[in-house]
Write a protein that binds this ligand. Structure first.
Ligand SMILES: [Zn+2]
Length: 486
């Protein structure tokens, strides 16, 4: 929201200085219109030199009160940050066609300097440059320049088509901004429900039961509402990657997701009268976790709950030799001798990992336990719902009678366990080449269930509940404690 407010405020201040206070009132009315959201299309168009638009014709101009005020530009073309110098002719025109006619006579370029305000710029090496100009380029030639101190240009479909940028298509409008003053970033300004048509299928399979999809749509709508502003300094509200919520454009929509979004249009989950940060994840493996046990801050509606119908969940096992864990630590704690886990007694989920070395100790808490293993061969842990199983750890030799090789290891017999307090976990073996003392405590194995951070709604749990006849609001009220769905 903040990016939009900032943009609006700059319009307001511009209006204050340039026009009468009546303009301020009309701008303020737009502040209450938050059915649209600005999505930074940064996965493909973040600070790029040029962006290709593949429509036959688009409406191009500047937005005023949620409407695009502009002219139709025909043909597929590209937009680019304009670094050229121009002198201003002072010519005025009320349309692109009029400005293009005047420009043709003088060798200038039509320039839109505000909604419906056109002039002609003359290329001039002694003229001025601007870090806000955006050029429209067709066949290698600049056919128009958009240059406003208060806005960046936008395009909208002129004939009911989707806007086609490269391989992806978008509803609504697309803005091309030089937010950092240099290259271009594309921002899709789109109705929130139309955004959800595409983002819901990225987060949950479209073939799942409709009540689960509706729960996902309401969770995503509420989450979207509370997340607005995380990218306020970058010219948009949410990004189109997993950082915010995956958004691949209109090509990713599905009929069932559209039905789920339309059936719940305007519905959100609230706590204390405010939309909630409705977090979700794939599966819990039986029980979800309190928000503060994972992220640190206490949120009243993010409480551990038991699953009622999560029939499918991920089961996983990860084993780590202590030397592998040593490589993940930057501190010097000496050779690792033990790894232990403390769990939340209510949820059974890990909340603290203590790595004990010969000269020190490292403690890792909450969701950082999962991400601690990011640099390991198989990446972060899938969930915090796991137990420790030293018995499954690989065996290593601590003292060797004679050299043990893969040639003579074929026949090996455990002859005794060695329960001496000084050497817990050790045992003796005999093989064709001699006898050995071995130990299995220099590695640790985690046996886990579930996938994801475990806070809020389990998507597989929602699927199971929907299959058992629960409605979307019952699903949401199960996973988010004390909320209202309206
Ligand atoms: Zn983001």
């Amino acid at each position: 929201m903040a990016a939009r407010i900032f943009k609006r405020l700059s319009v307001i201040f511009f209006s204050l200085f340039a026009f009468s206070s009546l303009c301020v009132c009309s701008r303020l009315s737009a502040l209450t219109d938050d059915t649209e959201i600005r999505i930074g299309l940064v996965s493909l168009y973040n600070e790029v030199n040029s962006i290709a638009i593949n429509n036959e014709s688009v409406l191009a101009g500047f937005e005023r009160n949620g409407e695009l005020v502009g002219d139709i530009l025909h043909g597929s073309f590209s937009v680019a940050a304009d670094f050229s110098a121009y002198s201003l002719t002072g010519e005025t025109a009320s349309s692109y066609a009029e400005a293009a006619g005047a420009a043709a006579k003088t060798g200038g370029i039509p320039a839109c300097v505000g909604a419906g305000n056109w002039t002609v710029y003359s290329p001039d090496v002694n003229g001025s440059t601007s870090s806000r100009r955006v050029a429209v380029i067709d066949g290698g030639k600049t056919i128009a320049i958009f240059d406003s101190a208060s806005d960046f240009p936008q395009i909208a479909n002129a004939d009911g088509e989707m806007l086609r940028l490269g391989e992806r298509s978008y509803r609504g409008r697309v803005e091309f901004g030089r937010y950092a003053g240099a290259a271009l970033t594309a921002v899709n300004v789109v109705n929130i429900d139309e955004y959800l048509y595409s983002s819901v299928p990225s987060e949950m399979p479209s073939g799942w039961p409709i009540e689960a999809l509706k729960a996902q749509a309401v969770a995503a709508r509420s989450y979207t509402r509370t997340r607005r502003g995380v990218h306020a300094d970058e010219g948009y509200e949410l990004c189109d990657g997993v950082h915010c919520q995956m958004y691949l454009g209109a090509g990713n929509e599905s009929e069932s997701a559209r039905a789920a979004v339309d059936a719940t249009s305007g519905v959100m989950a609230y706590y204390g009268g405010r939309p909630i940060n409705a977090t979700y994840f794939s599966s819990s493996g039986g029980v979800t976790e309190d928000g503060d046990k994972v992220w640190g801050n206490e949120i009243p509606y993010l409480k551990s709950v038991k699953e009622v119908a999560e029939k499918e969940y991920k089961v996983w096992t990860r084993s780590f030799q202590f030397y592998e864990i040593e490589r993940l630590i930057t501190e010097s704690i000496g050779k690792i001798v033990n790894v232990s886990i403390d769990s939340n007694p209510v949820s059974g989920r890990a909340r603290r990992m203590t790595i004990t070395g010969e000269t020190g100790e490292k403690i890792i808490e909450k969701d950082a336990i999962r991400s601690f293993f990011t640099q390991s061969a198989d990446g972060p842990l899938d969930s915090l719902n796991f137990s420790v199983s030293p018995s499954e750890a690989p065996i290593s030799i601590i003292s060797v009678g004679s050299e043990l090789t893969d040639k003579n290891i074929a026949e090996i017999y455990i002859t005794s366990s060695n329960a001496a307090a000084a050497n817990p976990g050790a045992f003796n073996v005999i093989s064709v080449s001699g006898s050995y003392s071995m130990k299995n405590t220099d590695s640790v194995t985690f046996i886990g269930k579930g996938w994801g951070h475990g806070v809020g709604m389990s998507q597989y749990g929602a699927k199971g509940m929907a299959e058992e006849g629960y409605s979307y609001d019952q699903i949401l009220r199960h996973y988010f404690t004390g909320i209202e769905v309206k």
